[in-house]
Design a protein around this ligand. Structure first.
Ligand SMILES: [Zn+2]
Length: 480
């Protein structure tokens, strides 16, 4: 049995989770469930990043105590993941006392090792982005994402001596000791390292400019700046440094999932912090692209932000997970076409899987047949290749072609017309075994309904399945 430690980024938001967060979290969940199904020991971590000026500012706008505001956001995320059946083993919050204590210890260690130095910092700081921007990030002097002019911040704070770690990090990435996928992202990081643009960087802020953070143990006037605090969640969540047995069981991470905008921090800063702490490095980083919704950038102004609950209300939990992951290859810039959801739902789930389950179980019950499920898993094992390439769309495609084969088999053999019982048992036994395999394949994507079907098939006497996926009316197409 091997272990599998997988993380999503901790989401930095002062709002509700949207479809982008949901997508990454479902991907993590599918992988976690797939590995559990294989018999691996899995730890799946997700959570939220709660510090920084933006959060404090939002709390103020809402006239709320900052911690209460964070509690409210955390609850929204935890509820959303529960509604989507996310099987995370822990939900980390960076305002957890345990987390903050460890971040403080990490700062002390970096300080003791002489890896921090006080320097004058000046920069253009966007509160919305929670980071310093360069001139080239600005359009008409404004942050492109937040349509606001950045503040000029000048202050004395603590810099982390990043540069001394860069040659080692370059070597580790070139040799795939830290594997960065897709390979275009690896090249992007190596490009940054070769351009020599990565410099020692500031890891703290004066309390006068950002008060909402982790206190530094050696400087009363400073708090931790977002990245040391945020990235450390991956190790504080699994016991570092107080429960080293637990920590050693899970660390290093087998897979960090993240979006492209935080690539630099995960591929360069994070390994540097770990090297500084003499800790092993994560094995793989998988970076996905941004999403558009029906061809447009997701934005509150356009009003096209989709909340996961809206999809759950319409399609159900399992179908929502399935529809999101079947649309496009993971990792690419992707357009979520909600207008294709109904068509796909009806084709794959209502008329496809749901219908096949109904036909087969109805005939078995009607003829009162004893069917044995062999639980022969060679075909399931064949899905590993696409899982290993993070091609969930292809895993689903494979499962759906098996379903189509079964549909063809049923249509050809017309079991409802068969009078010879031996022949009928043969046809329905083959069909039930195929459905068992298809359900095993679908289990990581549709944990409720696939399990329900497995329970029906594995029962002593197979009973007719209840309707699993009611057909939906395709408003978009009917209107045309
Ligand atoms: Zn900004």
């Amino acid at each position: 049995m091997s272990k599998f430690y997988i993380t999503t980024p901790i989401y930095y938001v002062n709002d509700e989770p949207h479809i982008g967060h949901a997508y990454t979290t479902i991907v993590g969940d599918v992988l976690a469930r797939y590995h559990r199904q294989k018999g691996d020991d899995v730890f799946y971590l997700t959570g939220i990043d709660e510090h920084g000026a933006k959060i404090a500012e939002s709390a103020k706008e809402h006239n709320m105590d900052t911690q209460k505001f964070c509690d409210q956001t955390a609850a929204k995320f935890m509820n959303a993941w529960q509604a989507l059946d996310i099987s995370n083993d822990f939900f980390i919050r960076t305002t957890n006392k345990d987390h903050k204590d460890v971040v403080s210890k990490i700062f002390q260690t970096l300080h003791d090792k002489g890896l921090l130095e006080e320097k004058e910092y000046e920069g253009l700081y966007c509160v919305g982005c929670e980071k310093f921007l360069t001139e080239r990030d600005l359009v008409d002097g404004k942050c492109l994402d937040h349509k606001r002019e950045p503040d000029t911040l000048k202050e004395k704070n603590w810099f982390f001596k990043l540069e001394q770690f860069l040659p080692k990090i370059q070597e580790l990435i070139e040799s795939d000791t830290i594997q960065i996928l897709p390979v275009t992202r690896k090249n992007e990081v190596l490009g940054l390292l070769k351009e020599n643009v990565m410099k020692d960087f500031s890891v703290s802020r004066q309390k006068t400019s950002v008060a909402w953070g982790v206190d530094l143990p050696f400087d009363d006037n400073q708090v931790s700046y977002v990245w040391v605090d945020a990235l450390s969640n991956y190790i504080t969540a699994i016991g570092y440094p107080d429960d080293m047995d637990k920590f050693k069981k899970w660390w290093p991470a087998d897979l960090h999932l993240l979006a492209q905008d935080i690539l630099k921090f995960h591929a360069i800063y994070w390994p540097a912090f770990l090297l500084a702490l003499d800790l092993p490095l994560p094995k793989t980083l998988f970076i996905h692209g941004f999403f558009t919704i029906n061809g447009e950038k997701m934005s509150k102004t356009i009003g096209n932000v989709i909340k996961p609950q809206e999809l759950i209300d319409k399609y159900g939990v399992d179908a929502t997970r399935y529809l999101l992951l079947s649309q496009f290859p993971f990792g690419q810039e992707s357009d979520i076409r909600e207008d294709h959801f109904v068509e796909r739902y009806n084709a794959d789930l209502a008329n496809g899987y749901g219908n096949a389950v109904a036909r087969v179980t109805t005939l078995i019950e009607k003829n009162n047949l004893q069917i044995v499920i062999n639980k022969e898993t060679t075909w399931i094992d064949s899905l590993a290749k696409d899982y290993n390439n993070y091609r969930f769309d292809l895993v689903i495609k494979n499962i759906m072609s098996k379903l189509q084969e079964l549909d063809g088999y049923i249509t050809t053999n017309e079991p409802w017309k068969i009078e010879d019982e031996k022949k009928l048992v043969e046809v329905l036994s083959h069909s039930a075994n195929e459905l068992w395999l298809i359900s095993q394949g679908l289990l990581p994507f549709m944990p409720n309904i696939a399990q329900q079907v497995l329970d029906i098939l594995e029962a002593k006497q197979i009973k007719k399945a209840p309707p699993l996926f009611p057909r939906l009316v395709d408003n978009a197409n009917d209107a045309n």
